[in-house]
Write a protein that binds this ligand. Structure first.
Ligand code: DQA
Length: 141
C-alpha cells in the first residue's frame, strides 16, 4: 500500500515554528517513527511552500497512490485551485491540521478542502497523520 503525506507552506519549520502551537518535533523525526509503525505501508512525503508545486504533486500522484494525507497549511483557507486539484483526482484525501483550527482565528475556520476530502482530522497534533494512515490501512481490500 502506498500513501503520500503532503505538507504545505511553513510546515518545513515544524519543531522551530511556534512550538506552543505546533510542538517541538521536526516532521522528519516524526516521519521516521511513523515509517517504523507502518512497515508494510510505503509512506512518501512531499513538502512545498508553493501552491503550484502542491497542485502538481497532487495531480501526479492522485490517480495512482492509495491515499493522500494533506496538511495544506494556510492554503487550506485560501486556495480554490488546491481544492479543485483534490476534487479532480481519484485517490482519497484526508485533511489534517496539527492545531485545532476551530479554536483559533476565525479566518482558519473555513477550509476550501474539507468538502473534497473523505474526512478531516484537526487538533490532535502530529498524531493526526498517524490516524489518517491507520484509516487508509483499514480501508485496504
Ligand atoms: C495548520 C493550520 C493552518 O491554519 C496554518 O496556516 C498552518 C498549519 C495546522 O496544521 O494546524 O500552517 O494547517
Amino acid at each position: 500500500m502506498k500513501i503520500l503525506i503532503i505538507n504545505g507552506p511553513n510546515l518545513n519549520l515544524l519543531g522551530k515554528r511556534e512550538p506552543e502551537i505546533y510542538g517541538n518535533r521536526s516532521f522528519e523525526q516524526f516521519l521516521d517513527e511513523l515509517r517504523g509503525q507502518f512497515p508494510h505501508v510505503e509512506l512518501d512525503y512531499f513538502q512545498s511552500n508553493h501552491e503550484g508545486a502542491l497542485i502538481d504533486r497532487i495531480q501526479e500522484t492522485g490517480f495512482s497512490t492509495d491515499g493522500i494525507v494533506l496538511n495544506a497549511g494556510a492554503f487550506t483557507h485560501t486556495s480554490i485551485a488546491l481544492a479543485d486539484a483534490v476534487g479532480a483526482i481519484t485517490t482519497p484525501v484526508i485533511e489534517v491540521h496539527i492545531s485545532n483550527v476551530h479554536k483559533r482565528e476565525s479566518f482558519r475556520h473555513h477550509s476550501y478542502l474539507s468538502a473534497k476530502c473523505v474526512g478531516c482530522i484537526v487538533g490532535l497534533g502530529l498524531d493526526g497523520y498517524r490516524l489518517a494512515v491507520e484509516y487508509f490501512k483499514g480501508q485496504q481490500v
